[in-house]
Design a protein around this ligand. Structure first.
Ligand SMILES: Cc1ncc(COP(=O)(O)O)c(C=O)c1O
Length: 481
């Protein structure tokens, strides 16, 4: 058989793409091309290069040209040649940073570069930031089982273009789950799958489905305010009190964004009278409630507070995702829409963001329908309740003068601090290796209400073994009585 590009590539187990261009003849061009391939990391240290004969055949050059080029690069330290193991890329040649690709002449490799372990991404020593569930608890085995089943059962049409609304299997599973677990009244045709809450905001406001001004809670996630500002939406802060957002202050806004099950970040549920009042406002003004149900499943002391959407599905857009219950990396969420908004939401997805990964959707559909989602949520609820109890106990033992609030639900609590001590306590926490935020980070820049000094302590993020030391470090950072 002729020694073609195809079969020589097979022998080294990888395609070797080299372009022989530039001045100085074929040998010089091959040396440049090989150097560039090593330098850029396309040829990793230790990679075996094709034998002279096959590379010469692939490139249409003489065998000696390849042999000379290899010899030159061995002399320069880019390659090594050893009897019996062929020519390989030298170990310890540092690949060039991506930014510098294409720069004129490479630095020569050092004769010997000591081997170092690759750097690992490092988080803070004690991670008490709010926002993410315990990454070590992702239900890998059950997820894999769902993925396998989903893939085995998927008809061929799954691998064609997707449905912008999302897979019917997932919308059906969510319809059942949301009704059962969150009191949401819907049908699959009113659910649009997206990649999470932030994506829903982008689609609704950036895609022209809804317009501002939008009332928001005076304390909330700054990232969401940025997403809205980028879509040209003016946000109007609503003050909070012990019953949640002051919805009696709603005025000419077209819509209001709330976290009714568990106000983010201060922690209480929206009082039943306020839930009713905001629905009355929406009906009277033709307004809309956007319900961010980000951690509604995690309620510890009694049954979860149901979704406001259940009070009036025609005036609420209910938005949820798996970011707190499973992982923010899965990037799957849902909008439950009044019927009149479904078409516009699908149009907002357009050509580019028409669908989320169909296989992930099918996997989640199986995960929910098989009961694995419920089992995981129940297991995590127990784990987080234990974490919450440990936080409360640690404070009672080491800092009884610090009040802790917002503990009935969710994945974070708020530690109330003496006035004027928030910034210095966050700094003291940094000194103790603890990463967390003060309440001020979440304050709407245009509000005149102040929720007081406080720390937002995320008790889900750390892994089980890291949580105890994190609590001890936190207690050391708290101001004295
Ligand atoms: C207040 C709030 N809403 C929603 C979310 C979920 O965001 P997403 O679904 O975009 O990951 C989070 C997650 O951090 C959150 O803190």
């Amino acid at each position: 058989m002729a020694d073609s590009w195809v079969n020589s590539a097979e022998r080294i187990g990888a395609d070797l793409h080299l372009e022989l261009t530039g001045p100085g003849g074929r040998r010089a061009a091959l040396i440049r091309a090989l150097r560039e391939a090593v330098r850029s990391g396309r040829l990793a240290p230790g990679t075996r290069l094709p034998p002279y004969r096959s590379l010469a055949a692939d490139l249409g050059v003489a065998r000696n040209t390849v042999a000379d080029a290899y010899a030159e690069l061995v002399a320069e330290g880019w390659l090594t040649a050893r009897q019996g193991s062929g020519t390989r890329v030298a170990m310890g040649v540092p690949p060039m940073p991506f930014r510098q690709w294409g720069s004129a002449e490479p630095p020569r490799p050092a004769a010997r570069v000591p081997r170092k372990a690759p750097p690992r991404a490092r988080g803070p020593r004690h991670d008490l930031r709010q926002g993410t569930p315990d990454a070590s608890a992702f239900p890998r085995t059950a997820w894999l089982a769902s993925y396998r089943r989903a893939l085995q059962q998927a008809p061929n049409e799954v691998f064609g273009p997707g449905d912008p609304a999302g897979r019917a299997e997932l919308r059906e599973a969510l319809t059942e789950y949301l009704a059962r677990a969150r009191g949401v009244r819907t049908e699959p045709g009113r659910i649009v799958i997206c990649s999470g809450f932030a994506h829903a905001l982008r689609l609704l406001f950036g895609g022209g489905v809804l317009r501002g001004p939008l009332a928001v809670e005076a304390y909330g996630l700054g990232f969401h305010r940025e997403v809205l500002a980028a879509a040209g939406v003016r946000t109007v802060p609503l003050p909070l009190d012990e019953h949640g957002a002051r919805v009696d202050r709603l005025g000419r806004e077209r819509a209001v964004l709330l976290t009714p099950a568990h106000q983010f970040p201060t922690g209480g549920p929206l009082h039943p009278a306020r839930r009713a009042a905001v629905i009355d406002w929406a009906r009277a003004r033709g307004g809309l409630v956007l319900e961010d149900d980000y951690d509604g499943e995690f309620r510890y002391d009694r049954k979860p507070v149901g979704a406001v959407q259940g009070l009036d599905p025609e005036h609420v857009i209910h938005i949820g995702s798996v970011s707190k219950s499973l992982s923010p990396a899965v990037r799957l969420g849902w909008m439950v829409l009044p019927e009149r908004y479904v078409g516009a939401a699908l149009a907002a997805k357009g050509e580019r963001e028409a669908w989320a990964s169909v296989l992930d959707q099918l996997c989640l559909a199986d995960f929910v329908a098989s009961g694995a989602y419920d089992r995981h949520v129940r297991r995590m609820r127990q784990r987080y309740r234990g974490r919450r109890d440990r936080l409360v106990a640690a404070l009672a033992a080491h800092a009884p003068h610090i009040e802790v609030t917002g503990v009935a639900a969710g994945l974070h609590a708020v530690l109330r601090l003496p006035p004027g001590t928030e910034a210095s306590t966050v700094k003291a926490a940094v000194w103790q290796g603890v990463s967390l935020d003060g309440l001020a980070v979440f304050r709407h820049p245009a509000t005149d209400m102040a929720a007081g000094d406080g720390l937002v302590v995320g008790y889900a993020t750390a892994s089980e073994h890291a949580y105890g030391p994190a609590l001890e470090a936190l207690c050391r950072a708290l101001p004295p009585p």
